[in-house]
Design a protein around this ligand. Structure first.
Ligand code: 2AM
Ligand code: CA
Ligand code: CA
Ligand code: CA
Length: 261
C-alpha cells in the first residue's frame, strides 16, 4: 500500500481530537486500572479504548495496513518491511494520566518500506500536536518548527528514564551531574517533544517500539540524533536503550558512557 500523505495528514489529527474528547470525558467517570508487569506498570480502560478506536479507524481508512500497538498488538515478529506500518502508543505516560491527569501523549509513527514517513505526538492536555516527516518538516499545531540549537551537554537539561538513573546505567549519574540539570517527565513522548523544541538537549531511556516510533521520525527530521548509547542505528522494532539528542550532546554523552566501561 502507498503512503497517502494528504489522507493521513487530514484524517489522523481528526482521530486524535476525538481521542482527546474521550480522555476529557473519562475524568468525570470511574476509570478501570490494572497492573501489567509490576505495580508501576499500569493499563487503564482508556488505553484500551483509544487503541481500539485508532486501530478501527486505520483498518477502515487504510485497509491492508500492518499495525503494532502497545496493549493488544505488541507482536513484531510477523511484520514485513513492505507496505504501510503503523506503530501506536494510545496513552504514553499512563502513570501520569492516572496520577496527574497531565503530561501524557498519544503517539503514532507511520513507516513504509522500513522508512519513517509520518510521526504524530499529541500532548493531550496542552492540546499541542507535533507532526511531520522527511518530506515536509515538523509542525507544532501547524506552525513549522526550526531545528533546535546544537547545544553541548554542559549547557543543557537532560531527560532520563528514572530507573536507568537510579541504577546508574552507563555512568548516568555522572553524565547527569555534567549537564546543567536533569528532568524526568515520565512520558517518552513528552520528553521527546522537549528535545524537539530545544528545552532538553537529550533524552535517554529504555524504549519499546511504540515509545519511540513517532519521536524518531520527528527528531531525525529536525536533524537530531537517534542512536543507541554506543552510537549504533536503532531498529524501531526493537526494545532498546535509546538516546535522542543534539549532535553535540550525543558526542559528550557517548564519551562519558564509554569511559565507564
Ligand atoms: P507507557 O506509559 O506508555 O507505558 C515512563 O518513564 C515512560 O516509559 C513512559 O513513556 C512509559 O510508557 C514508558 N514505559 C515503557 N515501559 C514501561 C514499564 N514497564 N513501566 C513503566 N513505564 C514504561
Ligand atoms: Ca504501558
Ligand atoms: Ca509508552
Ligand atoms: Ca502506553
Amino acid at each position: 500500500m502507498e503512503f497517502q500523505a494528504d489522507k493521513i495528514d487530514s484524517l489522523v489529527p481528526q482521530w486524535l481530537m476525538t481521542a482527546r474528547k474521550m480522555i476529557l470525558e473519562s475524568f468525570s467517570q470511574k476509570i478501570e486500572i490494572e497492573t501489567k508487569t509490576s505495580r508501576n506498570d499500569l493499563v487503564t480502560g482508556l488505553d484500551r479504548k483509544i487503541e481500539q478506536f485508532l486501530v478501527r479507524k486505520i483498518q477502515e481508512c487504510f485497509p491492508g495496513s500492518q499495525i503494532v500497538s502497545e496493549e493488544t498488538r505488541p507482536t513484531i515478529n510477523e511484520i514485513e518491511e513492505e507496505g504501510l506500518l503503523w506503530i501506536i502508543d494510545p496513552i504514553d505516560g499512563t502513570m501520569n494520566f492516572v496520577k496527574q491527569k497531565n503530561d501524557f501523549a498519544i503517539m503514532i509513527g507511520i513507516f513504509r518500506g522500513g522508512k519513517g514517513q509520518r510521526g504524530f505526538i499529541y500532548d493531550v492536555m496542552a492540546d499541542r500536536l507535533y507532526h511531520g516527516g522527511p518530506d515536509q518538516g515538523v509542525y507544532c499545531n501547524y506552525q513549522k518548527m526550526k531545528s533546535p540549537p546544537d547545544v553541548p551537554l554542559v549547557d543543557g537539561l537532560l531527560g532520563v528514564g528514572g530507573v536507568m538513573l537510579i541504577n546508574n546505567k552507563y555512568n548516568l549519574q555522572k553524565i547527569a551531574l555534567a549537564s546543567h540539570g536533569i528532568r524526568i517527565y515520565g512520558s517518552a513522548g513528552i520528553e521527546i517533544i522537549h528535545v524537539l523544541n530545544g528545552q532538553l538537549i537529550g533524552y535517554l531511556s529504555h524504549l519499546h517500539p511504540w515509545d519511540l516510533a513517532a519521536g524518531k521520525i520527528l527528531a531525525e527530521t529536525l536533524g537530531l540524533v537517534v542512536k543507541t548509547i554506543d552510537g549504533r542505528e536503532v531498529n524501531v522494532l526493537s526494545s532498546i536503550d535509546v538516546l535522542v539528542a543534539s549532535k553535540n550532546a550525543q558526542k559528550d554523552i557517548i564519551m562519558m558512557a564509554q569511559s565507564h566501561c
